[in-house]
Design a protein around this ligand. Structure first.
Ligand SMILES: Nc1ncnc2c1ncn2[C@@H]1O[C@H](COP(=O)(O)OP(=O)(O)OP(=O)(O)O)[C@@H](O)[C@H]1O
Ligand SMILES: [Mg+2]
Length: 336
């Protein structure tokens, strides 16, 4: 892509210190590797999906990218400018803050119950781009409500007086009101039933197409990501294990973990190699993971002895793909 990225990250990691109770005598506290060495770029108008099982680090990565959390290592750039050296508080006050907006998982949790919809949508505007007059404030809030198909008569209602889909739209309008260039959406539809979910997904796609707003869409549901995103990153235990164009990744998943995820989608069973691929065995612990072996070792249906002796690197493959597997690009025994 020719346009420079809106947001990029290099070698981004977040390790959480474990509580003292879990520390062994005489040892430094173990650290939980929530995000490990992630490099990515999001370009104007693109929709990038981030998928992986619960606890793999998706929300932590999303929160790092919008500077709600400080990284343990690595850099984040907004429109080419490094923002990692700024404190989270300084970033919150900077004009760049409105370029990147986050929409959270459950609108019921993220909307202040004491604000009506108008004030909920007006709040980020007042903080980041204070309008010059009441008339300007009203015009911008109403425009944001219209952009998400939220009827204006709902603006006087409080969150408990709204349906799940209406609350989700208030959450997106709050983000849209400051005219961001990127929306980071952390499972924004997981609390909604399927038909409402589809409406919200169509809305997000329209926002992307009409306004050129890029989307980073976090989900554990590959079907949802497939509808919306042209590129997908698959995460496992804090690491990106595969990334690439959606069509290619669905047609020919290269990492055993991606193959297992795809085989679990009922509508794709025939395509993803016939049978559901089960990952037996316990996942490795994210606390101080063993850097001398593959993180999927012990669960991987294609593992070889070598996988327990060296951790694979994320390597480039033809067609804009990246795969973290010793056997990427070669036939994996029993899998192809
Ligand atoms: N503030 C924190 N302190 C310590 N550990 C944390 C903290 N936040 C997250 N973690 C841990 O980091 C790991 C990644 O968590 P995260 O919430 O990013 O996962 P996720 O992929 O978003 O999961 P889900 O799909 O369930 O939302 C988990 O092991 C979690 O327990
Ligand atoms: Mg999460």
């Amino acid at each position: 892509m020719s346009l420079p990225p809106i947001l990029s990250a290099e070698h981004l990691s977040k390790h959480f210190a474990q509580s003292r109770r879990r520390r062994l005598p005489g040892r430094a506290p173990a650290r939980l590797h929530a995000v490990d060495d992630v490099t990515l770029a999001i370009h104007p108008g693109e929709a990038l999906g981030l998928v992986g099982e619960s606890g793999c680090g998706k929300s932590t990565l999303a929160r790092l990218l919008c500077r709600l959390l400080d990284p343990s290592a690595g850099q984040i750039y907004v429109a080419g400018r490094e923002v990692t050296t700024m404190s989270t508080a300084a970033f919150t006050r900077s004009p760049m803050r409105s370029d990147i907006q986050m929409v959270f998982q459950d609108p019921t949790d993220s909307l202040n119950p004491r604000f009506n919809s108008f004030d909920l949508i007006a709040d980020p505007l007042r903080q980041l781009k204070p309008p010059h007059s009441r008339a300007e404030l009203i015009a911008k809030v109403e425009a944001a409500a219209r952009s998400v198909n939220l009827p204006l008569d709902l603006l006087s209602r409080f969150p408990h007086q709204l349906s799940g889909g209406e609350k989700a739209r208030v959450g997106i309008a709050r983000a849209m009101v400051v005219t961001p260039r990127l929306l980071i959406l952390d499972e924004p539809t997981s609390a909604l039933d399927v038909s409402v979910q589809a409406t919200v997904l169509q809305l997000l796609d329209k926002i992307r197409r009409d306004r050129g707003v890029a989307l980073l869409f976090v989900s554990h549901d590959l079907n949802v990501v497939r509808l919306l995103c042209s590129r997908i990153m698959v995460m496992y235990l804090g690491q990106i294990v595969e990334s690439g164009p959606t069509d290619a990744l669905f047609r020919d998943p290269a990492h055993p973990y991606t193959r297992a995820l795809l085989s679990a989608i009922p509508t794709l069973r025939g395509r993803a190699g016939g049978q559901r691929i089960r990952l037996d065995g316990e996942p490795q612990s994210p606390i101080a993971p063993d850097g001398s072996r593959c993180r999927l070792y012990g669960r991987c249906p294609a593992q070889q002895a070598f996988c327990a002796q060296a951790e694979p690197a994320l390597t480039g493959q033809p067609g804009g793909r990246q795969v973290r597997c010793h056997f990427a690009g070669s036939a994996v025994p029993g899998q192809r």
